[in-house]
Design a protein around this ligand. Sequence first.
Ligand SMILES: Nc1nc2c(ncn2[C@@H]2O[C@H](COP(=O)(O)OP(=O)(O)OP(=O)(O)O)[C@@H](O)[C@H]2O)c(=O)[nH]1
Ligand SMILES: [Mg+2]
Length: 517
Amino acid sequence: MMKRPFSTPCQFFHSRPSSSKRPATSPATMGRSFEEDPLTLAIAPPPDETPEQRQAREIAEAEARKISDEIDEQIRREREGDRKKKKPVKLLLLGQSESGKTATLKNFQLTYARREWSEERASWRAVIQLNLVRNVNQILDHLTQEMTGQSVEHPSDDSSEDLHARRAPKLPPLRFKEKHRLLKMRLGPLSGVQTDLERNLGAASTELYTTSVTTAAPFDHAVNRRALQEFSINSTNGWKTALDKFRTMRTTRPENGSGSTRKMKDNEDDISEVIASCKDDIKAIWEDPLVKEMLNRRKVRIEDTPGFFLNDTDRIATRNYQPTDDDVIRARLRTLGVQEYRFIFDHGRTVGQEWRLYDVGGTRSSRAAWYPYFDDVDAIIFLAPISPFDEKLAEDRRVNRLEDSYLLWKSVCSCKLLARTQIILFLNKCDLLQAKLQRGVRIRDSVPSFGDRKNDLPTATRYFQQHFRDISKQHSPVPRPFYMYLTSVIDTRSTAVTLGAVEESILREHLRHADLM
Ligand SMILES: Nc1nc2c(ncn2[C@@H]2O[C@H](COP(=O)(O)OP(=O)(O)OP(=O)(O)O)[C@@H](O)[C@H]2O)c(=O)[nH]1
Ligand SMILES: [Mg+2]
């Protein structure tokens, strides 16, 4: 901040002898006696000023006035900047279910609102326990099916890996032993634990497997837009709704807690106890070669599913488990409706700035609720996972996930209301894409237009990127820049770098908007 010259206006106070030589009454002091106006007395030029002195004084006065004006201008600019800064930056996260929207939001919180992040971290424990327990129960379900001779669910709409499996020659039956039956029996209580955790966490803890919506972008048709407003669910607490009970429990001393808080705490302790007592069996079933063979034959890749924690059993299946940052990023809790999160950034370029991030449910039936939020956002981050090029939507197993992302991207790009909104594309889940290609899964089996290109990560990402770029170019109502990042948002370090660039570009857009208003 520029300093006002010490002289303004006091510099021109001249020591004056208390002589009887009083200046003539000026218009400004008209009607007042000279003694009543000390300011005039102070700033009036000395009566015996020489022409040289007068010239020097006038130059000094002009210089001081210039500096003073510059200061006023700077204050004005700062106030204006403050006003713009005070307006929250609004950012909308879009993309299909499981595309990584909530994981991106968590990265924002981890990078820029760390205090809040640290306060919330412990409350994610129940979600991560549920994710782990669900991994185990998924294996147990397959084991039960295999032991009773049932085939895999969804046999008609599975991935290209499954197609290979079905073409493979019939294999001899797996020979399970007594130890598998015992493992199944001893892990039986985890079914009740899953039910308890799902009940505690509410609707967000269960996935959606059906939908009546048959289009990728139900907000597309103008006629329905007014009606769509009614679908809008706006909550200011999102995942906090699910986690709040756990936070209250953690911050309340047992003797002060209400009856329900104490009951909940007891229930949480019981759950941790059961999971901890199953630790060795969980590890045993996950590491068992015959069980691995069974999962391979069934083409079940639990390690690729959202909320996979079986490689962390040693840490998580303990009575005093405390989630790490990475655990929280990888935890899976479905988003319901449209959730608003307000963060005052305590790190980054915009410390003190309020950001409002809108996280939406991505299943086809949730998308109708998005439209009302298109109106007033500074930017959109659109997440398109590129690893599931050979997978189907959980809520509609006739629809290819990549195809769904293309359709959704096209609708967002062509939406007139968003014509001048900055859209940033994250081609996400690059880590899973790389792993899939390394396993030998061929893109062209699911995406024939990929043809004979090299089946590796750089070629694949270039190919998908070009497709998204073409759609943006062809369908945007007015030309827009194509901002794209290749991401694996569970990698918090590289995501922090990406978010740094995104923060800057969104902020520029935000200030530009504020200028226009
Ligand atoms: N391996 C890997 N996992 C990811 C990546 N991005 C997200 N995930 C995981 O995928 C799961 C789903 O991510 P979410 O962020 O919950 O997905 P979403 O888009 O919010 O989904 P909805 O709330 O259903 O719309 C979570 O368990 C994430 O940790 C990624 O780049 N790589
Ligand atoms: Mg979500």
